[in-house]
Design a protein around this ligand. Structure first.
Ligand code: HEC
Length: 86
């Protein structure tokens, strides 16, 4: 009888952990990398510009310009520009 109780607790714990885990996954979506955001957003209107096509200073300006066009948040723009500057 005790065994069933322990197994029940274990089952519940595993269920709870997997629920908490799936929450973490959905948080990760909003924690996309600059490279990911760049690939997903910048090719909607034109070919994705390669990081080497412009200087870091130019990327700063382009980032601001394309932020308004691509409707990016400040956070997303920063990540993309950081990635392109590398
Ligand atoms: C809603 C459409 C749209 C999106 C999304 C967009 N762009 Fe643009 N982009 C344009 C248009 C239109 C131009 C050309 C006219 C201009 O500069 O305003 C342009 C021009 C550029 C240029 C200049 C190209 C050159 O050869 O002079 C760069 C670099 C650029 N975009 C980078 C990006 C990056 C990086 C992103 C992603 C953050 C992005 N764009 C997202 C519409 C877009």
């Amino acid at each position: 009888m005790k065994k069933i109780f322990v197994v029940g607790i274990l089952f519940f714990a595993v269920l709870l952990i997997s629920m908490i885990d799936s929450c973490k996954v959905s948080q990760k979506v909003s924690m996309k990398s600059g490279a990911q955001l760049w690939a997903e957003n910048c090719q909607r209107c034109h070919n994705t510009p390669s990081p080497s096509s412009f200087s870091p200073e130019q990327w700063e300006t382009i980032g601001m310009h394309m932020q308004t066009r691509a409707l990016l948040t400040e956070d997303e723009k920063k990540k993309i520009v950081e990635f392109l500057k590398q």
